[in-house]
Design a protein. Structure first.
Lengths: 332, 95
């Protein structure tokens, strides 16, 4: 569900001009690039980085919501949240598979996440403090992710585009269940409505940051556009998200925590206040509220699962050896 | 890397009886039985399947994209393999 404008892309590439032109001609003709096709090194590197960051985000994204499964207010909400968190795990796996088609191993990308070398979406370094946060996460965080991911369905790299189509199909339930939680709270007692407003206050700005900083004239981002890995700028997608979300907040009777938010008749969209990009970079670089906890937990889970992986592999190799021996006896 | 790599499997799913199995994605698993279970968990959470095949990715032999023209280009000129190549008078009706 949760992708972010790629952090730290490096689209540098060293192929000769004829190779690059032939590749670009395929991209311009809207041909999908498949795993064994020739591709520039920079294209491959950018995609490995982007897809694995995206996968890590899904996996780490299970944590803030997973904490609330045992505390969901009703069985209906609990079943929905459980299904949602399970989806996030599945989405992480689709995406890791897509990354692996580019020649990187699952073990390598997992190591990059656990060692802290790889990034994931900054939004998951914010805590889910109340039940209303589960509503806000579904509504805003999944909503922002869907904006991003709908366009990624048309990404030039086939396996990534196919994973995104699957993910988008499964995702719309995530946003709807979140919004439904918000509706229930906003129709409830004053305290419940306050909880909903408080969740919106805390998740609004981090959700806008999910689209990544404005690119300006960033070379890497425009290279991603030329290769049709991405098709819209971070700011364009952010504006689309704001325009879609403001009426939803009005419907709930909640106030967007941005005094500078104004309808702009000329551009037929909202103008918004300044986003605190210092906060964004601080969180990306590891200093958000939950960065350390998230990784600590991920490492612990990975460590605790090691014996299961070892036992499964030991069983598989013993079983395979037995089968080979049986086959030999049968042949004799 | 401290651990042995867990093998990769390709997953094929038959959505409904009457349709063929279609590639759905891939999965890591130690053996065939676990691959089937993992494929079921990862690729059929919403009734997408009636049947699953898994095959070790390393057992799949793929054609090289470099050979694409050699393999597939010759059929482009063989238009006489298509029914529309043949003229049948209209009054004969559908054929």
């Amino acid at each position: 569900m949760y992708s972010q404008g790629l952090i730290g892309a490096d689209g540098k590439t060293h192929e000769d001009e004829a190779f690059l032109n032939a590749f670009q001609a395929r991209i311009d003709a809207e041909q999908k690039i498949e795993p064994n096709d020739p591709m520039p090194q920079g294209y491959r590197k950018t995609l490995i980085r982007q897809i694995s960051q995206h996968a890590h985000s899904e996996i780490i994204g299970m944590q803030p919501e997973g904490n609330w499964i045992s505390r969901a207010p009703t069985l209906r909400r609990k079943a929905a949240l459980l299904a949602k968190v399970q989806d996030e795990g599945g989405h992480g796996l689709y995406l890791y598979s897509a990354a692996e088609t580019l020649g990187v191993s699952r073990e390598e990308v997992t190591d990059q996440l656990l060692s802290g070398a790889a990034k994931y979406s900054s939004i998951f370094n914010y805590p889910a403090l109340t039940w209303a946060d589960i509503g806000a996460i579904g509504w805003l965080v999944d909503g922002a992710a869907i904006m991003n991911q709908i366009v990624l369905c048309r990404c030039s790299y086939g396996p990534y585009a196919r994973a995104m189509i699957r993910i988008c199909k499964e995702e719309s339930f995530h946003q709807r269940q979140g919004y439904e939680i918000m509706i229930a709270l906003c129709n409830g007692s004053d305290e419940q409505k306050e909880l909903a407003q408080d969740a919106l206050n805390r998740f609004w700005w981090p959700s806008l940051m999910m689209f990544g900083p404005p690119e300006g004239d960033s070379v890497h981002s425009s290279q991603s556009m030329i290769w049709k890995i991405k098709r819209f700028s971070n700011d364009d997608l952010r504006d689309k998200f704001i325009n879609a979300t403001v009426p939803q907040a009005e419907h709930l009777g909640l106030t967007i925590p941005d005094p500078d938010l104004k309808w702009n008749e000329q551009k037929q969209g909202y103008d918004h206040g300044d986003i605190d990009w210092n906060e964004f970079w601080r969180v990306v670089k590891g200093d958000g509220i939950c960065n350390r906890d998230r990784l600590k937990k991920r490492r612990k889970v990975h460590r605790n699962g090691a014996w299961v992986r070892e036992a499964a592999l030991a069983f598989a190799s013993k079983h395979a050896a037995q089968q080979t021996a049986d086959a030999q006896i049968a042949a004799e | 890397m401290s651990e042995t790599a867990t093998p990769l499997w390709e997953v094929f799913i038959r959505a409904r009886n009457g349709l063929s199995h279609k590639h759905a994605g891939s999965i890591h698993a130690a053996d065939a039985e676990m691959a089937l279970q993992a494929a079921r968990d990862v690729y059929t959470r919403r009734g997408e399947g009636q049947s699953i095949w898994v095959a070790r990715s390393s057992d799949i032999i793929a054609s090289d994209p470099v050979d694409k023209d050699m393999l597939f280009e010759p059929t482009a000129s063989k238009i006489y393999r298509h029914p529309t190549f043949y003229d049948i008078p209209d009054d004969v009706g559908n054929m």
